[in-house]
Write a protein that binds this ligand. Structure first.
Ligand code: BTN
Length: 276
């Protein structure tokens, strides 16, 4: 008997009570990112739901999981990611960047950060990236990225790209936190804006996939907050000033210090401290 290939596109394998397609449906402006969208009014973490999708026998690259509220949102360095319900973008995107060696994984982080920055820059000219991949408008953080990779041999197999981007939220507890709306004075329709954001993400991802890696590295430096400027840092229980001289291919922050030395730091090895 001839076997028919069953393609499960309805996310029936995801065990959540509140699946709904009403708000963010499949998006037509892109080639593959956002063609399949799972919208959940609430969930624990979209990265965790995306991990379930990646474990399924077949899934499409570009699948998006988006929510209005996470009950256990995760940030960088083991931090929580907390945002107001239904006011911001909180989503994860599933990619298969198997063209990247493990040693090149920071390029994905750079491409994603540049895609979000380009989206923000349409409305806020001061949009930039703070190393390694925080989204800033001038000196305030409006978004963050948490990428979780799975590997196959020496290459990346799947990446779950989790993005939290503050759009309409007005009140924040952290002094340096803000939103696109607070920085520009306008409010934005999330459902109208989301396809635009995905277009920018796809455009940078396709650039990366077509081998334009040097271009990505250069553009990252162009929009890197504090590049070639003196800033305050704390590492090894010591506070010091240093000039951001560059970023290594593996994503380390390269500083030039007053004594002429050029140390490199990984994400967990250094903290940026603000003057005020
Ligand atoms: C950071 O600490 O700056 C990164 C924050 C990343 C948050 C996003 S929100 C969607 C996705 N799901 C999560 O649990 N975290 C990421």
């Amino acid at each position: 008997m001839k076997k028919t290939k069953v393609r499960r596109t309805d996310f029936s394998f995801i065990k959540v009570e509140n699946k709904s397609k009403k708000v963010y449906d499949s998006l037509s402006k892109t080639v593959f990112i956002g063609k399949k969208v799972l919208y959940l009014p609430t969930c624990h973490s979209t990265n965790d739901i995306a991990a379930e999708i990646v474990r399924a026998p077949f899934f499409s690259e570009g699948t998006v999981v988006i929510t209005d509220q996470q009950t256990a949102g995760r940030g960088q360095r083991g931090n929580q990611w907390l945002t107001s319900q239904g006011q911001n973008f909180t989503f994860s995107l599933v990619l298969k960047p198997n063209f990247l060696e493990i040693s090149e994984q920071f390029l994905l982080s750079q491409a994603v950060a540049l895609g979000v920055r380009a989206y923000l820059a349409q409305y806020a000219p001061g949009s930039c990236v703070k190393w390694p991949n925080d989204l800033y408008i001038d000196s305030r953080k409006v978004g963050g990225i948490l990428i979780e990779n799975s590997l196959q041999g020496t290459r990346l197999a799947h990446s779950i790209v989790g993005i939290g981007l503050n759009i309409n939220q007005q009140q924040f507890e952290a002094v340096r936190a803000s939103s696109l709306s607070r920085e520009t004075g306008s409010t934005y329709s999330l459902t109208e804006e989301f396809p635009r954001l995905l277009q920018w993400l796809e455009s940078y991802y396709l650039r990366l996939r077509s081998g334009r890696q040097q271009e990505i590295r250069q553009e990252y430096l162009q929009y890197l907050l504090g590049y070639q400027q003196q800033r305050n840092f704390r590492a090894n229980e010591r506070s010091f000033r240093g000039t951001i001289a560059g970023i290594s291919n593996t994503g380390k922050l390269q500083l030039t210090l007053a004594d002429g030395t050029r140390p490199e730091f990984g994400v967990k090895e250094i903290e940026w401290t603000w003057e005020d």
